[in-house]
Design a binder for this molecule. Structure first.
Ligand SMILES: [Zn+2]
Length: 329
């Protein structure tokens, strides 16, 4: 068996042999960017990402003065120095990708999931996993209590909320992040025949993504004095005050019982663009890795559980924090 590809975490995930950072928060020489959520977008010398992610980075002004951008087609084998690189659909948001690396000299492999989900969404390609010796995966929802209901059920509840509110003469406001959740909501409204008004940030991103999405409803920019009879799609935290409005938040965190009160909304629906706990286990079973590194959320708990099941699993980045706190004393 070839030696595993080395993974380190000096303030971000770094593959020293390939001199490549994975979703770094700071500008780096060479980086893979899995998708265009703001916490992953910084300016790098060389960026590997999908074409859609690149377009989103440009529209979100993150790619200003960007260095070289390399955008291989999804699933295409891309030879890069001593490596074979493949981008695979991550199922998280439109254009999101996983990174699969093969070291040419001995065939050692690595899969980095980035943010992902296995369930089929409406606005992102279905996730495709590939076997790898080393797996770096996100565990945002890595506790047993995080088990999402089927997305069809959640969307049916969302549509019922919309219809009931309109029937009562109210204004339904659906809250979801401008990139990702907002497009998922719009796709879910595609066949409903209801006019939609959106926040400017949702409009900006939906314009870029429309060619990659299925049927969308009739949508236009929000105009307060013409709002009657419309469904509104806004990002969370919008300071919107309209008479007779009712709000529904769409987020994986709605799985927590207190979500409705915490978000201050009339309804909280657990529509997630991340893998839930059973999907995380399914991922490990399908990738069959020899070593697993966990990032985001409940990394320590999930690592402990995987070790009980016989895997070599570790929380990535947490060791550094431990060292820092020890050296500070
Ligand atoms: Zn994300």
């Amino acid at each position: 068996m070839p030696p595993l590809i080395e993974v380190t975490h000096p303030r971000g995930i770094y593959l020293p042999e390939a001199d490549l950072w994975l979703d770094p928060h700071f500008g780096r020489e060479r980086a893979f960017v899995s998708h265009a959520h703001s916490d992953h977008v910084a300016r790098h010398g060389l960026t590997i990402c999908t074409e859609i992610t690149h377009q989103l980075m440009v529209v979100r002004k993150a790619a200003k003065k960007a260095g070289i951008v390399v955008s291989p087609q999804m699933r295409e084998v891309f030879e890069w120095e001593g490596w074979k690189i493949r981008l695979l659909p991550a199922g998280h948001i439109t254009g999101s990708a996983m990174l699969h690396l093969t070291r040419k000299i001995d065939g050692a492999t690595l899969l980095y999931t980035g943010d992902y989900k296995l369930r089929q969404g409406l606005s992102a390609e279905r996730c495709e996993l590939m076997q790898a010796d080393t797996l770096i995966m996100e565990t945002t929802f890595g506790l047993p209590k995080y088990h999402f209901p089927p997305a069809e059920d959640v969307i049916a509840q969302m549509l019922a909320f919309v219809r009931d509110t309109l029937r009562d003469g109210g204004i339904p406001v659906l809250l979801g992040y401008s990139l990702g959740k907002a497009q998922e909501i719009l796709c879910a409204l595609g066949d409903e025949g209801l006019p939609v008004m959106v926040h400017p940030s949702v409009a900006q991103i939906t314009e870029v993504l429309a060619p990659h999405l299925g049927k969308l409803p009739q949508w236009r920019l929000f105009k307060a004095d013409e709002v009657t009879g419309h469904v509104l799609v806004f990002p969370p935290g919008s300071k919107l005050e309209l008479p007779k409005m009712r709000t529904a938040m769409l987020s994986g965190w709605a799985i927590q019982a207190s979500a409705k009160y915490r978000y201050g909304v009339d309804l909280a629906l657990p529509l997630s663009d991340h893998a839930d706990y059973p999907e995380l286990h399914e991922t490990v079973e399908m990738v069959k890795p020899r070593r697993i590194y966990l990032v985001h959320g409940s990394t320590r708990e999930f690592a402990a559980e995987l070790r009980l099941r016989g895997y070599d699993a570790r929380a990535l980045g947490k060791e550094d924090q431990l060292e820092l706190s020890l050296s500070a004393h």
